[in-house]
Design a protein around this ligand. Sequence first.
Ligand SMILES: Cc1cc2nc3c(=O)[nH]c(=O)nc-3n(C[C@H](O)[C@H](O)[C@H](O)COP(=O)(O)O)c2cc1C
Length: 211
Amino acid sequence: MMRQIAPGALLSPVPAVLVSCGTMEKPNLLTVAWAGTVCTRPPMVSISIRPERFSYPLIRESGEFVLNLPPARLVRAVDLCGVRSGRDGDKFALSGLHPAEAAGVGVPGVAECPVRFGCKVRQVIPLGSHDLFLAEIVSIEAEERLFDEKGRLCLEKMGLLAYAHGEYFSLGEKAGSFGFSVRKKPLPPRKAAPRPGSRRKRPIQKGSRKP
Ligand SMILES: Cc1cc2nc3c(=O)[nH]c(=O)nc-3n(C[C@H](O)[C@H](O)[C@H](O)COP(=O)(O)O)c2cc1C
């Protein structure tokens, strides 16, 4: 039996990211959970921000921000940056985080975050409580230790943080990978060739067996 509840912003899990803005001299950051990927080419993300946030005019006027992926071990700082305003003081100092130069943009990133996207705002769409910022990712920086020997970025090495219905979670076990449901299983080792004169069995077609 299903229970119907009031419509709301319940989509879960979502990332909880640190969005940094301002300048190296006067940096600010806020926690954003209404963030997502919206386009592959050009690579674009969205963040939704309430106009009353201290960060709002900083991002709107500079047209830039850095989207920092925090590891789960920074969850306390992530929460703090989401419940204190830069209006009341230096949130970097308060949370023990440090601003760092970011590639491709003039706003600082968060030094303690191992993956950082430099973003340039392309559109702002007022929606209601929040304004949607659509931004192009102009740079991605990731810590060297996150790459394997083939040069693949292994995000699982950083301990990603997720947010679901008011609670933070560190990402758990891998449950599959893109396209694995249709990928062919490796063939079993080949048997020895049949002896001359022996009858060949018809191979069973994959997927042809009825349940
Ligand atoms: C987990 C979490 C997620 C949040 N997500 C958003 C969000 O998506 N958009 C938003 O405007 N505020 C969000 N907030 C609230 C802001 O981060 C918070 O109001 C912050 O203090 C704003 O900082 P500022 O005034 O320095 O800009 C979130 C807070 C938390 C704790």
